[in-house]
Design a protein around this ligand. Sequence first.
Ligand SMILES: [Zn+2]
Length: 241
Amino acid sequence: MYMLIRLDDASEHMDVDKWYRVELLLDKYNIRPIIGVIPNNLDQSIVEKYEHNPGFWDLVKKWESKGWTIALHGYTHVYETDNGGINPIYNRSEFAGLPLSKQREKIRRGVNKLEMHGIFPKLFFAPSHTYDNNTLEALRLESQIRVISDTVANDIYFKDGFHFIPQQSGKVRNLPFRVITFCYHPNTMNDSDFEYLKVFLQKNLNKFRSFEELSFTNRKFGVVDWLLKFIYFGLKKIRFF
Ligand SMILES: [Zn+2]
């Protein structure tokens, strides 16, 4: 079993103190997470809450130099549809349901903004985990990104030219999957989240891997994946996840 940590919603507007607190904790255990960077954050629920951080892009470079992996996390982080797409964790999306031309523009602008700061994202995940086949096509046409973090499955699988890394939980815990990504939002973490994470890391440290340590084969989505996905979305209806 392999576990990964993903930190969502890094942008020019974020809770710098909480992000630093997560950084110290992960550094202590030598865990290298995946970071979701919002290129052009226009999400008012974040932008209005946190001051603009002029040092943000240097911070991203610093994370990268420590072996942290940078992901493209949408473009504006503003929901434009109530579509759940192909990973319907929520019925809202910045991408799913939009025409290809619009999605291409978002991906192109997002990648350009990151590249302008010398950052070349290795994977993609969308706000609220929601995307569709046009999002994949947009990534194909406008970027070098061929890895998605966000699917429910037992293990990493290869489909339509992309590797999909499962992401199943917003909190560390033992779950019956071979690869598990825990997605945290440092901006909104409280003291008990930090404490719970610390205790879990101490006990399960040997299970954690970085993105660079994963192996990407051409394994297909199989029966076990299908079964776990079916159970997952069933349990989600009763709010287990
Ligand atoms: Zn987000």
